[in-house]
Design a protein around this ligand. Structure first.
Ligand code: CP
Ligand code: NVA
Length: 308
């Protein structure tokens, strides 16, 4: 396994499967109330967050507590990376005190710079390019629902953004057929798409990108969407609304998927925009399983990165 976890493509198929299996074991132990083992006693995770967070932050903090360690949250107001202190200096300082760093950043290059200058593992807790911890939780959720991942069809509808990118890479790694429906100007990054396509070929899966939501959703086992405007793009909200309106996930679109299909969303959600309330609050939604699974996969990830 890589020293750092910056991209969903940092995991080989075997490593990804082992991480999910470990997360499933941790989940079972947690639900059984088995908290006897505190392997991370005395260890600290620094959470360097330039953007807000509910799920990622609390899952990391609670996860560290459950493993006997501690999470130290540092917002932009606290450390102002690149302003008050350079990114390499933040990495060098934190490496003297903590055993692992999770960073949520605007620019993906910032998390790469942190990793280059840190002597401890760095985890991408969301950048403008990827959200790999989310994709791990999503794959765990699908594995629980369907028993196995190989051969499933996952359809992502909406913006070809960070969440879409990590789903493409991790899905292709794990043999999931990923189809994406997005407006022509909001396709996934071409280089990342090429990377996903070559991973898919190696793992007996397919990657398809289209502008047609109905075409992409047909026969899907899971329909996934995310906000139309990601953090840092708020000035584009008005321009994006009409472009994405035909990409709303509603009951009419869900009807093209398999009857057993689940609805997925990384959250937070804007009900009535990217998805209707009846879908996200309906029986097909697994969004709070996805949210819970952030805890289990992030615990598994930290343990693995720290050599436990
Ligand atoms: N899904 C997700 O990463 O949520 P937060 O932004 O609240 O961490
Ligand atoms: N694409 C969203 C995901 C939030 C968890 C964003 O980057 O804001």
């Amino acid at each position: 396994m890589h020293k750092h976890f910056l991209s969903a493509a940092d995991l080989t198929p075997n490593e990804a499967e082992a991480l999910l299996a470990r997360a499933a074991r941790l989940k079972a132990e947690w639900h059984a109330g088995d908290q006897a083992q505190w392997p991370l006693r005395g260890k600290t995770l620094a959470l360097v967050f330039e953007k807000p967070s509910l799920r990622t932050r609390v899952a990391f903090e609670a996860g560290m507590t459950q493993l006997g360690g501690h999470g130290s949250y540092l917002s932009a107001n606290d450390i102002d990376m690149g302003g008050r202190e350079s990114v390499p200096d933040v990495a060098r300082n934190l490496s003297r005190w903590v055993q692992v760093i999770a960073a949520r950043v605007f620019k993906h290059t910032t998390v790469e710079t942190l990793a280059r200058h840190a002597s401890v593992p760095v985890i991408n807790a969301l950048s403008d390019r990827e959200h790999p911890c989310q994709a791990l939780a999503d794959m765990l959720t699908l594995r629980e629902r369907f028993g196995q991942l190989q051969g499933l069809k996952l359809t992502y509808v909406g913006d070809g953004n960070n969440v879409c990118h990590s789903l493409l890479l991790l899905g292709a790694t794990l043999g999931v057929n990923v189809s994406v429906a997005c407006p022509p100007d909001y396709r996934p990054d071409p280089d990342l798409l090429a990377q996903a396509e070559s991973l898919a070929t190696a793992n007996a899966a397919t990657v398809v990108v289209t502008t047609s939501p109905v075409e992409a959703v047909t026969g899907a086992d899971a329909i996934y969407t995310d906000v139309w405007t990601s953090m840092g793009q708020e000035h584009e909200t008005a321009r994006r609304q009409p472009v994405f309106a035909p990409y709303q996930v509603n009951l009419a679109l869900m009807a093209h998927a398999k009857p057993t299909a689940v609805f997925m969303h990384c959250l937070p959600v804007h009900r009535g925009e990217e998805v209707t309330a009846e879908v996200i609050d309906g029986p097909q939604a697994v969004v709070f399983d996805q949210a819970e699974n952030r805890l289990h996969v992030q615990k598994a990830l930290i343990l693995t990165l720290l050599g436990f």
